[in-house]
Design a protein around this ligand. Structure first.
Ligand SMILES: Cc1cc2nc3c(=O)[nH]c(=O)nc-3n(C[C@H](O)[C@H](O)[C@H](O)COP(=O)(O)OP(=O)(O)OC[C@H]3O[C@@H](n4cnc5c(N)ncnc54)[C@H](O)[C@@H]3O)c2cc1C
Length: 397
């Protein structure tokens, strides 16, 4: 790729939530000297908030994805469907699986996270990882096919007590009950279990939200095994705490997030789990021409939850700082909000929510989530079709 000397090459790797938000802002207000490129594995980027709704069949897969093609057109960005597999930091180039290396002046990584699989025997061979999110729907669909082929006689387990795994389990339970009823079968042959190493489910949520989810799991006959660290996985069973065997036919693996292994060879400063350590201006602590946002970023001195909500919040400050870098102006700090709204869907058009320590639940909360999620997706579609109609956001100064 060549550029005129006056141009500043900004390369975005990964169509994660923060990059989608940043592209939208560049589309509303283009930066004249900025030459933008997005490298992403797939043109369609999943929106995590709606994925459990796709599993439960409240949405089609298309409804829960954002098409990066019109978004890139809007932002004047080149779209490169490829996978970054390395970085040449000295020569400022992204190494791709297929294309020739892509040069940058500023680089931003928003590549999400993967499920931590590495250390436990049998995990890679016998489980369905719930991350990365661009592969989760296909994997769950394959598992659903196997369960239906067994005519609904299956024990289904989720390993991990976080919101992603619990939402997936509740959505899948709802969907399988409908599938089996449509096939003239009942769902009494299905059994569900959540297995977590910790003493609580959803430790990052307030106690009120945890109690509500625990009650719902009980009402839905989902067994919960706390203080149960999976130490080995075999075909058809897991071993917990080194001694007890639990029979499970399908195992969804949703433990702590980990970073893509290829980052370890780049020379970027990483934290112990391989995430890119960033300053409050979202720049790598070791390489100021590299930014990292969303799950892949590790904020120095503050551990933010790995969630789509926080990833999205990084979009406007990232766009602002990339713009400022192109303009040669000082960068500004990102101050993430302490309190965010969490809405956890339970598969049956019902939601448990929490904000500022308060918790609530109901069908009305599902309708709120549905409206927020659909409006979010729609904001990208209408932006791509009619950029002139969008308000100029104050955050993108
Ligand atoms: C089932 C499920 C439900 C969830 N629900 C919620 C929710 O309701 N609310 C919430 O806040 N969080 C939720 N989460 C968490 C949320 O998905 C993540 O925290 C969020 O997606 C992180 O966003 P991100 O911007 O870091 O990257 P992601 O959204 O994960 O996107 C990363 C993108 O980068 C691309 N990519 C990755 N590697 C490369 C590469 N090497 N080269 C090119 N492209 C690459 C991928 O294709 C992917 O599209 C959920 C997670 C799961 C698994």
């Amino acid at each position: 790729m060549t550029s005129s000397p006056a141009e500043h090459n900004v390369v975005l790797v990964g169509a994660g939530h923060a990059h989608l938000a940043a592209l939208r802002l560049f589309g509303i207000n283009r930066e004249p000297r900025m030459r933008l490129t997005l490298i992403t594995r797939h043109a369609l980027a999943p929106y995590s908030g709606m994925l459990p709704g796709v599993i439960a069949q409240h949405y089609s897969a298309a409804e829960a994805h954002i098409d990066t093609e019109p978004l890139c057109r809007l932002a004047g960005a080149e779209l490169c469907i490829d996978e970054a597999i390395g970085l040449d930091l000295a020569n400022r180039r992204v190494v791709c699986r297929h294309a020739a290396p892509i040069a940058y002046d500023s680089l931003s990584l928003d590549i999400g996270s993967t499920a931590g699989l590495q250390d436990i025997a049998g995990v890679a061979a016998h489980t369905v990882p719930v991350k990365p999110i661009d592969q989760v729907l296909l994997r769950i669909e394959a598992a659903r096919g196997r369960i239906l082929a067994a005519k609904g006689s299956a024990r289904i387990g989720v390993v991990g007590g976080g919101p992603g795994g619990i939402e997936v389990m509740l959505a899948l339970q709802h969907r399988l009950a409908e599938d089996l009823a449509a096939a003239g079968l009942d769902c009494t042959g299905l059994a569900f279990v959540v297995i977590t190493a910790g003493p609580d489910l959803l430790p990052e949520l307030p106690v009120g939200a945890r109690r509500r989810i625990a009650r719902i799991l009980k009402d839905r006959n989902i067994e919960v095994r706390l203080n149960s660290r999976v130490t080995e996985v075999m075909a058809g069973a897991v071993i917990v705490n080194g001694c007890e065997e639990i029979d499970v036919d399908e195992i969804f693996w949703s433990t702590h997030a980990e970073a893509a292994p290829w980052l370890r060879k780049t020379g970027l400063a990483l934290d112990a789990r391989g995430f890119v350590r960033v300053t409050e201006s979202l720049q790598s602590v070791s390489h100021h021409d590299v930014f990292a946002v969303g799950d892949i970023a590790a904020f120095a001195g503050r551990d933010l939850p790995k969630s789509g909500v926080y990833a999205l919040r990084c979009g406007p400050p990232l766009a602002r700082n990339l713009r400022r870098r192109v303009q040669g102006r000082p960068l500004q700090p990102f101050k993430p909000q302490r309190h965010v709204l969490y809405l956890i869907s339970t598969g049956d058009r019902y939601v448990v929510g929490t904000r500022n320590g308060l918790t609530f639940e109901g069908r009305w909360a599902w309708r709120l989530k549905d409206w927020l999620d659909r409006s979010f997706i729609e904001s990208f579609r209408s932006a791509a079709m009619d950029p002139a109609g969008l308000p100029k956001p104050e955050t993108n100064s």
